[in-house]
Design a protein. Structure first.
Length: 225
């Protein structure tokens, strides 16, 4: 039986594309475009997370797939998820809390990768739909949530709110600052880690120190952006 170029599975919060591993990438893009050109009430003006399975893709190829989907439908891709149940729960919580209130002009969402030298400032809590590369900086008076890799510098609670937090799907920052508390990269001055497990992590301030711990289902339920 001939393997299909692309198979789509979806739910309320996201879609998964199962991709043919042997098809040339440009042909794969054409097949994806054709799939999403087909009218579907389910995808009408929806905002969803995207998961990609079946073949290894570079970041550039992932961005090309997002571009093709958005050019051939009214669907908006919020982020790309790895196939990990906890990460999907994390994304589900963020989507539920903010989908009805989303307004890109108020600084609460930023879609894209922050590269070295870029500085993003927000008067409110902010959700980054992408990666924060080394050398990039985020400054927020509220909380910071990174739905991707956090490898740059982040300052939450910049107006002095010690109850602010920083959360990321993959936490590896150069520096985290929450109000006046500062934590550097592990090579310079280790954070206090309550658990060394990799994956979604949350950083918070307590007694002038920055603590990191895994994001559990209980933590997800307690998150308020």
């Amino acid at each position: 039986m001939k393997q299909q170029a692309v198979v789509i599975k979806s739910n309320r919060y996201g879609i998964t594309l199962f991709l043919n591993r042997d098809l040339p990438f440009q042909e794969l893009l054409e097949a994806i475009g054709e799939k999403f050109r087909t009218p579907s009430d389910f995808f009408q003006n929806a905002r969803m997370a995207l998961a990609l399975e079946g073949r290894k893709l570079s970041q550039e190829e992932q961005m090309e797939i997002i571009r093709v989907i958005e050019e051939n439908s009214t669907l908006e891709i919020l982020c790309i998820l790895e196939q990990d149940a906890l990460k999907e729960s994390f994304m589900k919580r963020i989507v539920e809390d903010r989908q009805s209130e989303r307004d890109s002009s108020n600084g609460r969402f930023y879609k894209g990768t922050l590269r070295s030298g870029q500085v993003l400032e927000s008067e409110t809590s902010i959700i980054i739909l992408g990666d924060v590369n080394p050398g990039a900086t985020i400054v927020s008076k509220g909380n910071v949530v990174v739905l991707g890799n956090l490898k740059g510098i982040v300052h939450a609670g910049a107006a002095g709110n010690e109850n602010s937090f920083v959360a990321a799907l993959n936490m590896a920052p150069m520096q985290i600052r929450i109000a006046d508390a500062i934590g550097c990269s592990p090579e310079e001055a280790p954070y206090t880690r309550k658990n060394s497990r990799k994956g979604p992590m949350i950083a918070y301030s307590e007694g002038g120190s920055i603590y990191l711990e895994p994001i559990t289902k209980k933590v997800i339920n307690d998150i308020r952006i």
